[in-house]
Write a protein that binds this ligand. Structure first.
Ligand SMILES: [Zn+2]
Length: 137
């Protein structure tokens, strides 16, 4: 079913979905290779908590929370060359292809998970900080 996309055109959900499928196939067959990422805080070994495995369009894109510094990052992520191809070939067709939403449900979902994990980790780190501080005082 077609509807207005708010940009003066007629929206057809099959168009962006075709590109979603294309990206998934390229990830699957290695056309878009991925690489593991380390957190900027440098902790070894990594101490990550998985927040989500896919993005809002169900494209595999694991987001993790570093339990050491609470930074959220993609791990693994596409290589630089794969991202360049993705942004040139599919990104606009997918992300401009769906009707505009002020805020997506998965943003709330991801934020909710991240917030709860961060709060609980911050609480633990705060307790540890207080414990060490009291020991030194
Ligand atoms: Zn970190």
């Amino acid at each position: 079913m077609a509807s207005s996309n708010g940009n003066g055109g007629v929206w057809d959900k099959n168009t962006p979905l075709r590109y979603v499928t294309q990206v998934m196939r390229k990830l699957d067959d290695g056309t878009y290779p991925t690489e593991a990422t380390k957190c900027f805080c440098g902790i070894e070994p990594a101490n990550d908590s998985v927040l989500t495995e896919r993005d809002r369009y169900t494209i595999p894109h694991r987001m993790v929370l570093c339990e050491n510094c609470l930074l959220i990052r993609a791990n693994p992520r596409m290589t630089k060359e794969a991202y360049e191809q993705f942004y040139n070939n599919e990104y606009r067709k997918i992300y401009d292809g769906f009707p505009y939403q002020e805020k997506s449900e998965d943003d709330d979902f991801l934020f909710g998970i991240a917030y709860e994990k961060a709060k609980s980790l911050a609480q633990k780190q705060c307790n540890l900080f207080l414990f060490n501080w009291l020991k030194c005082a």
